[in-house]
Design a binder for this molecule. Structure first.
Ligand SMILES: [Zn+2]
Ligand SMILES: [Zn+2]
Length: 253
């Protein structure tokens, strides 16, 4: 079995560079949303996001982002992480709950590494934006069950199973407090992302996966590896190109 290659250093930051982060693996999905809400909240032509598990974002700066939750319009709670200094929004949570983040792609150091897998709400797309030929589009929101690649759906399942397991452990610890221990200690979550252990609607769906034995888990994980590796190689190539272009730019300055 070949050793998995280390994931290329895909990093990002806020505008003032106080909060810096790194992705520990390739994203689950990337999309551009042309809905009116994304246009208003970004002040731009569309919202551009990539989904990744909270525990696959590592904060590499001494300052961590802060969680901000506000009701932007009735019934629509926006929960995002932002730089405490310059207030740049780095990522938010969507219908999948707090364990999955929607990173704002523009906060990556090399945003052009990412290309939308789909363009959603194309009905409200500004007219002067011409989508690349053959680009996948949808009139509605991104339905992950229909659109995400199989490998990403498997990762989502693993992530949700972990959330359910952490929740179960926390509840068990709360049910029988003993020897002065406090419940919790979520394993594996990236610090400061707040993605651990909170009960999400989707977590319930996956609770029966708790029973899965290590061997089956290992097998499913291996299956996702190949698909990931392909995505990873594509990203590495693009990253190298970006760095060469950057160097060339620096030399001509
Ligand atoms: Zn949108
Ligand atoms: Zn900042």
């Amino acid at each position: 079995m070949s050793k998995p290659k280390p994931f290329p250093a895909i990093t990002g930051s806020c505008v003032c560079n106080t909060v810096r982060y790194r992705l520990l693996t390739s994203p689950l999905y990337c999309y551009a949303c042309h809905c009116a809400d994304c246009q208003k909240s970004s002040g731009g032509a569309f919202g551009w996001f990539l989904n990744i598990e909270a525990y696959n974002i590592s904060i590499i700066s001494p300052t961590h982002p802060v969680i901000v939750a506000r009701e932007k319009k009735p019934g629509a709670l926006d929960r995002h992480m932002e730089c405490p200094k310059c207030k740049t929004e780095l990522w938010s949570n969507n219908v999948l709950g707090t364990a999955i983040c929607s990173i704002r792609v523009g906060t990556l150091d090399f945003p052009s590494l990412m290309e939308p897998d789909v363009h959603s709400y194309v009905g409200s797309k500004v007219e002067w934006i011409k989508l690349p030929e053959g680009a996948k589009t949808t009139e509605k929101e991104v339905n992950h069950k229909e659109l995400w690649p199989k490998s990403s759906l498997k990762r989502l399942e693993i992530c949700m199973a972990r959330v359910a397991e952490t929740t179960r452990k926390k509840q068990a610890a709360l049910a029988e407090p003993q020897e002065g221990t406090t419940g919790g200690g979520g394993e594996g979550d990236a610090e400061g992302t707040g993605g651990e252990g909170e009960k999400t609607p989707t977590a319930v769906e996956f609770e029966d996966k708790d029973a899965e034995d290590d061997e089956a888990f290992e097998k499913r994980f291996k299956e996702t590896e190949k698909a990931l590796q392909e995505r990873l190689e594509k990203l590495s190539l693009k990253l190298e190109e970006e760095e060469v272009t950057k160097k060339a730019r620096e030399l001509t300055l």
